[in-house]
Design a protein around this ligand. Structure first.
Ligand code: MN3
Length: 197
């Protein structure tokens, strides 16, 4: 199986001013692309077969190391692009709205917990909304790690590596996370993932 850099599901300028074309050009074209190129080099020497990216993530996680780091980062970034939308942000509609109220009390409580999760991830990593045995919760993961390998179903993710926000927000990670939820989060994608959870 070969990794393939996906096209961004929106124009590079479409998320401005919340996420700049410059950030997306470097983040997608340089960072994500490097994981794909390196991952494919390592996969060429590895004897691993998998029929989906999710299966490949789980398979490479067993040994860890550079192969998992690159495959995991490819999965996480692909999931992140889909978690963004030019018409996103704000409180959700659809089935996810009631599930969020059920799990967190209210959308505002969810928002506080998601931001706290992203701020609380020391160093590089990710903050996720996941479905775990049918219940929604916040998870954070370091580096290339993903809750997929713990048997949870990812619903949404925000990248909290500095390369995701430094050009637009400098060191203000809490502001980046707040802006992600207020302006960019793609609830259609979340509802689709919830339906398959
Ligand atoms: Mn990144």
């Amino acid at each position: 199986m070969n990794l393939e850099l996906p096209e961004l599901p929106f124009a590079k300028e479409a998320l401005e001013p919340h996420m700049s074309a410059n950030t997306l050009g470097i983040h997608h074209g340089k960072h994500h692309n490097a994981y794909v190129v390196k991952g494919n080099k390592l996969l060429a020497d590895a004897n691993i077969s998998a029929d989906s990216l999710e299966a490949l993530v789980k398979e490479t996680a067993k040994a860890g190391g550079a192969l998992f780091n690159n495959v995991g980062q490819h999965y996480n970034h692909s999931f992140f692009w889909n978690s963004l939308s030019a018409s996103g942000g704000g409180a959700p509609g659809g089935d996810i709205a009631a599930k969020i109220d059920e799990a967190f009390g209210s959308y505002d409580d969810f928002k506080s917990e998601f931001i706290a999760g992203g701020v609380g991830q020391f160093g590089s990593g990710w903050v996720w909304l996941v479905s775990d045995d049918g219940k929604l919760k916040i998870e954070k993961s370091a580096n290339a790690e993903t809750p997929l390998t713990a048997g949870m179903t990812p619903i949404l993710v925000c990248d909290v590596w500095e390369h995701a926000y430094y050009l637009d927000f400098q060191n203000r990670r809490p502001d980046f996370l707040g802006s992600f939820l207020d302006n960019l989060v793609n609830w259609n994608f979340a509802n689709k993932n919830l339906a398959n959870a």
